[in-house]
Structures are given as structure tokens and as C-alpha cells.
Design a protein around this ligand. Structure first.
Ligand code: HEC
Ligand code: HEC
Length: 338
């Protein structure tokens, strides 16, 4: 079974490589079809899921002791009750420091390939170190982090069971958290049920919205594939002139004010929106696309005024709502096991 799954994945990598060779550039890619994200596409799950590792990661993720003044955890900015965002325009650190960017939802990170709004990080494990070690977020040092974890008897037992070593390391902490994050999976929304043939799972308005998403509104040009993201960067006209986004990371002015296309699963659960949290509702997001106004730099060539009627804007919102399928942390890991 796992052999077949691995082959499937290799096939899709291979076809991507071939496409790059044939067309030279990612920008002429045909859109990936929308669909349901499948667990067999997650390489890390090939050998099964280490439930003890996941549970350890979950405990670490919710542990306030792991910030400098023991006041916040990962979950303070990625809260299950707020769609794994924090509901704020931009986040605040352990001592209430104002951070420059909005906390993104972290659903379906198992399929994600580029992390942060500017894509400066390439793995979940690597990502996990950043908030701990940032002086404005959790304010830890690697030594302090390891010693906080090590001073706890329960952690000592859990780490010993999971890693079979006496000494707790920074790497192990990040590995456990990444393993937990990979189980935050949303793939059974009304939209997924509709795709499986339950034609009543989506309302008529949501179905019209889906057609607009793929057609007249052309959202799928960037929000494509099973998680509704092209994993690429675009300037859609959001933001102030202090955050240059992707342009700084790759030292390319033409990408100034470009940010990562966020996946849209569970998007209705985590307002406000965009890298700066500047847009309060999904309706206003679509109104922005409808107008196509450049606030900064050069707007992506794919952004054009859409001439959507009010009814069409509402239909698109209904479609986005149909992507809602929150994780129940009590049962999710058990579900993944099946
Ligand atoms: C103080 C608030 C805050 C805390 C605490 C925090 N985060 Fe975040 N998180 C953010 C913000 C803001 C971003 C976006 C940063 C950027 O783009 O520069 C982010 C980005 C992420 C991303 C990338 C998501 C994506 O779509 O690329 C992941 C994954 C993540 N955080 C996980 C964690 C984990 C794990 C912890 C705990 C170790 C944590 N966060 C702690 C605010 C926070
Ligand atoms: C040119 C590529 C592109 C197109 C076309 C596009 N988007 Fe986006 N979308 C993005 C990018 C990039 C962002 C993040 C921008 C930022 O934060 O500055 C985004 C953000 C969003 C968000 C906010 C999500 C969040 O978690 O903050 C929603 C909702 C959204 N888009 C829906 C749509 C819809 C609906 C359409 C069609 C009307 C559409 N997008 C068309 C690239 C695109």
C-alpha cells in the first residue's frame, strides 16, 4: 500500500519537474484542480503516525511555561477557537509587544511547502524555532527553552518514552511540535462532501460561488489545488509601505509587497485577513479584488477589476464558507489513525 502511495507521489513530482522543463517557468502552469487533500500525499505519514510524539507536540504547543515570562504559548496566537489564528489584526508578543504581521491560520500545514507570509522558512520544524527564539514573540533562548522543558517531570517521562534518550534537545522539541501541527487537518468540509457526490452538501449560492471562483472571478489562478494555494507570492494591493514581503527575502524589487497566497481551508474561522490583518471580513476581501486597486508597487498582472455584482460577491463568500471543517482536538488524531 505505502509503496503505491509513494509511487503516486513520485509521479506527481515527476510531472511537475517535466512541466518546469517544458515551460521553463512556473507562471505558465495550468491551474491545479481544486479537490480534497489526501493523507497519502503526506510523506511524513508514510510510516504511520507516532501518536506519542504528536501528543507531546500538542502539550508543548499549549504550554505557557515556554515563553519568557510564562504568559503565552503557540496557541495564544494560533488558537483552536479562532481557526488557529488569534483574531487580532497583528499579533502581540509575551510582553504585549506589537508584531508587524497577522497570525495566519495553521490548518493543513502538512501539505504546505513554504512558510510565513514571505516564504522565508521551508519546513515546519524550522518554523517552530522562530517564535520561541524571537525576542518579540516568546522571548526564549535555546538554552532557556531546553531547561524549561527539562525541569518538568512529565516532560522528562514523555521525552524519554518518545526519543529513548535521557537528554532533551531543542531539535526534539521542534520535531514534536511539527508532528502535532501536521495533524491539524481539514478535509471534510461541505465542499469536500459535495465533491464526493453529496450534491446537497453545498447551498445553491455556494455552488454558484464555486463556479465564479473558477470562472469569472478567476480566484483559482492563485488559489488552486486541494488547499487552494499556488504556494507562490503576489502583490494583490494590500499593505503599507514598510513591509516589503517577498521582495526582501529574495532581494528582488519586482517582488516588493508580494506575499504568500494563503490556503483557504477554514478561512471563514480566522478573520481578520491578509498579512497585515487589514481586512475585516470575507465580503470586504472580495470587494478588494473586485476593484483591483494598487496601494503599493506594481499590482500582480493577474489582478484585474472583476465587475462582480453584489449577488456574485455574496455567492463567493458562501463558497468560502463551504470550506469550513474545524478540527476537534479531542478526536482528530484518532480519526487520522483510521
Ligand atoms: C505572538 C504570536 C505568535 C506566537 C506566540 C506564535 N506564532 Fe506562529 N505566527 C505568528 C505570526 C504573526 C506569523 C506570521 C509571521 C510572518 O509571516 O512573518 C506566524 C506564522 C506561523 C506559521 C507559518 C504559517 C504559514 O502559513 O506559513 C506556523 C506554522 C506557526 N506560526 C506556528 C507556530 C508555532 C509552532 C508556535 C509556537 C512555537 C507559534 N507559531 C507561536 C504569530 C505567533
Ligand atoms: C494574483 C493571485 C491571487 C488571486 C487572483 C486571488 N488571490 Fe486571494 N490572495 C492572494 C494573496 C497573495 C493573498 C495574501 C495577500 C496579502 O496578505 O498581502 C490572498 C489572500 C486572500 C484571502 C485572505 C486569506 C487569509 O487567510 O488572510 C482570501 C479570503 C482570498 N485571498 C480569496 C480570494 C478570492 C475569493 C479570489 C477571487 C476573487 C482571490 N483570492 C484571488 C493571491 C490571489
Amino acid at each position: 500500500m505505502s509503496f503505491i502511495l509513494t509511487r503516486l507521489r513520485q509521479f506527481s513530482y515527476l510531472s511537475m519537474v517535466l512541466m518546469v522543463i517544458c515551460f521553463g517557468s512556473a507562471s505558465v502552469f495550468a491551474e491545479e484542480p481544486l479537490g480534497t487533500p489526501e493523507l497519502f500525499d503526506i510523506e511524513a505519514f508514510d510510516d504511520g503516525i507516532n501518536l506519542e510524539l504528536v501528543n507531546l507536540g500538542k502539550t508543548l504547543f499549549f504550554d505557557n511555561q515556554l515563553s519568557k515570562n510564562r504568559s503565552i504559548s503557540c496557541a495564544s496566537c494560533h488558537s483552536p477557537s479562532l481557526g488557529f489564528g488569534d483574531g487580532k489584526k497583528t499579533s502581540t508578543g509575551f510582553a504585549n509587544q506589537q508584531l508587524p504581521r497577522h497570525s495566519p491560520s495553521i490548518y493543513n500545514m502538512a501539505w504546505n511547502v513554504t512558510f510565513m507570509w514571505d516564504g522565508r522558512v521551508s519546513s515546519l520544524k524550522e518554523q517552530a524555532s522562530l517564535p520561541f527564539l524571537s525576542e518579540n514573540e516568546m522571548g526564549m533562548s535555546a538554552e532557556l527553552l531546553v531547561s524549561r522543558v527539562s525541569e518538568n517531570r512529565d516532560y522528562q517521562d514523555q521525552f524519554r518514552r518518545v526519543f529513548a534518550t535521557e537528554e532533551i534537545t531543542e531539535e526534539q522539541i521542534y520535531e514534536a511540535i511539527a508532528a502535532f501541527e501536521m495533524t491539524l487537518i481539514s478535509n471534510n468540509s461541505a465542499f469536500d462532501k459535495y465533491l464526493k457526490g453529496e450534491k446537497n452538501a453545498m447551498s445553491p449560492a455556494a455552488i454558484r460561488g464555486l463556479e465564479l471562483f473558477k470562472g469569472k472571478a478567476k480566484c483559482i489562478q492563485c488559489h488552486d489545488g486541494t488547499n487552494l494555494t499556488d504556494n507562490s507570492f503576489h502583490n494583490i494591493g494590500v499593505g503599507n509601505d514598510t513591509d516589503l514581503g517577498r521582495g526582501v527575502v529574495v532581494d528582488d524589487e519586482s517582488l516588493n509587497f508580494s506575499f504568500k497566497t494563503p490556503g483557504l481551508r477554514n478561512v471563514a474561522l480566522s478573520p481578520p485577513y491578509m498579512h497585515d490583518g487589514s481586512i475585516a471580513s470575507l465580503k470586504e476581501v472580495i470587494e478588494l479584488y473586485n476593484e483591483a486597486v494598487a496601494n503599493n508597487g506594481v499590482l500582480d498582472e493577474l489582478i484585474k477589476p472583476l465587475n462582480l455584482a453584489d449577488g456574485e460577491i455574496n455567492d463567493l463568500v458562501e463558497f468560502l464558507n463551504s470550506l469550513t471543517d474545524p478540527v476537534n482536538l479531542e478526536t482528530s488524531i484518532v480519526t487520522i489513525r483510521e
